[in-house]
Design a protein around this ligand. Sequence first.
Ligand SMILES: Nc1ncnc2c1ncn2[C@@H]1O[C@H](COP(=O)(O)OP(=O)(O)O)[C@@H](O)[C@H]1O
Ligand SMILES: Cc1ncc(COP(=O)(O)O)c(N)n1
Ligand SMILES: [Mg+2]
Length: 707
Amino acid sequence: MNAALSLYLVTDAAACGDRGVIDTVREAVAGGVTIVQLRDKHATDAESADLLVELSAAIDGRAMLVVNDRLDAVQQARARGARVDGVHLGQSDAAVQRARELLGPDALIGLTANTPAHLDAVRALPAGTVDYVGVGVIRPTSTKPDHPPALGIDGFAALAAASPVPAVAIGGVGITDVAELRDAGAAGVAVVSALCAAEDPRATARDFRRQWRGQRPPRVLSIAGSDASGGAGIQADLKSIAANGGYGMTAITALTAQNTQGVRDVHVPSAEFLRAQLDAIADDIEIDAVKIGMLANADIIRTVGEWLTQHRPGTVVLDPVMVATSGDRLLDADAEQALLDLASHADLLTPNLSELAVLAGHPVQSWGDALTAAQEIAARTGALVLAKGGHLAFAEAPDALVGRDGVIAEYTAERIETTSTHGTGCSLSSALATAHARGMDWPQAVHSSRQWLRESLRAAGALEVGRGSGPISHFAGLWKRGGLATRPIAADVRVDWWNSTASVRRDIDALPFIRALADGTLERERFLSYLAQDALYLREYARVMAEAARLAPTAAEQAFWAQSAQGAIAGELELHASWLTPSTGISADTFAAEPSAVATAYLDHLRAAAFTGDYAVLIAAVLPCFWLYTDLGVRLHAGEFGAHALDPDHPFASWLATYADPAFAIATEQAIEYVTAAAAVADEARRERMHRAFAVAAEHERAFFDL
Ligand SMILES: Nc1ncnc2c1ncn2[C@@H]1O[C@H](COP(=O)(O)OP(=O)(O)O)[C@@H](O)[C@H]1O
Ligand SMILES: Cc1ncc(COP(=O)(O)O)c(N)n1
Ligand SMILES: [Mg+2]
């Protein structure tokens, strides 16, 4: 029951806008919505019945469907062959007992309950009358203008604990509430405008599901072939999934008698047997992500496609395996069209150069050709494409994440001298599926997976497996760190450290100063005194980064921190030139000669970190100033706090533009990479000190904005 209630979409025709309810629901269910409630106070029963019939077809059994209040509409729609699971009743709607009598014992019946008295009334009913309660509102919401006072997370938790049936949280629920509501005992979260009004309901639904899943290791299913030598196929997939923090499962499509020198024989069990494997897993386990590898023939491909339409997990990666590194074919030539059809079920495709050529239907000779082909394939399939440049004879090994509108992110790094590249594609695609299912967006997932893959490639030679192209060393990172880490540190910094600042970032977003800055109502004096403090902060911040440069272990890091120190000074001078001079009308007393208590506390934290002489701790302490600022600046500038921030006449437009500057985002990425690298080689105790320095600095960031 609970799994079915976990992501609950309540329709709102107005919020769905031009896209309409049906398409919004179709997309959201494809992204992982588990139950849909048709709620339309203005429709007649007949109109509701029509909508239910259409929704039932659009949902196609991949989610449950209930209607708000309209008992008759359920019966009319059911009479027309629609699958309608039940009703949700408000306190003032039809009596739940009548609904149960009318719809039968198997119907799903929910009731709105906002007070202990409402819950007592449920307790007094015969067991099984009500299946779940909708408890809210959690936050003030415009969707339900006449709502009772907002409960907040704690208010919800108290009612959920007192409820005799599973409680779904509803009303003003946003993506950042999901983890807390789950931990507060919710059986699911009901979302209205956050999904109905979403730019991309499928992606947004996926984000909600990932938040709902939280930190438990994602369950990742590999649908691929067996490579007896253990370096590619499902063997590589299981190792890659585990090394990246997931729980791996496999449905085997083909058995290959293979080693590092090539494929001697292939046995392909029946497609029915593959379907039996897939159903055995899906009937028992909630699958978070699927990675698809070798498929062998068109029959197998069709079987996987059919299964995917009924079991759409939140993440699907398709590695279009056609030819092994050894040159042996792993897919019948006549199955290439079927493979292209399957690609439309995927979120991400990971073709190497020859696979790009087949999927695009034209030769790919250069990296430029690869990017063009990737964009064509993305446009045709609706999936993102990771074009892999591993086979290029470059000194670089580039990869590029490409969408229908072109390159989203490009990744280059020097080629690693090794012959052990057997299974690299399989391993990378499995790592990507796991990273995405753990909550990273695709650019982060590619970054993190590549980092892990490179570490595994660098250590591959040490395995000395086989005389051909050997396998990579999937657990090199763990072995190197004495097996203490449970997953590549890269994931820790980019996911766990970032997630640990979620409440600080939420607080900053809600600060009156930020709100007024965003909508331009901030009094000029207050803004200028903030800038005055920022200028004083930057001068000292520059000294701290100069110290990081002095302590840096490599020339590249030394140059980066020195450059950042220079950038801070340039920033300070810029603030003076643009805002803090008598010509801008600043009065003398506004321009405080001394840092405030807040600025001093922040700077003392950084100076203390510098004083330790521990480079890793110091750069962890300075990281929030890059990361939180970039994140906030980009969102302010993107209009997340109201379109006003994009208005060129906005009184603080030039200041807002500073922090949306791509150069600042690139510096932030580099800073994150250096902190990640330092954490990767740190022992547990030092990593703790690093994370603490990072977290305390994030708290100081919040205080700095809390003017
Ligand atoms: N020698 C190498 N040095 C660095 N990265 C490599 C190397 N070989 C492969 N890779 C990485 O592994 C990824 C997949 O390898 P590739 O051989 O292109 O795919 P496939 O195994 O599917 O043919 C590449 O995109 C690249 O990121
Ligand atoms: C069963 C199986 N599946 C996939 C591959 C691709 O391996 P590579 O990543 O080396 O191209 C393989 N060699 N064997
Ligand atoms: Mg491959």
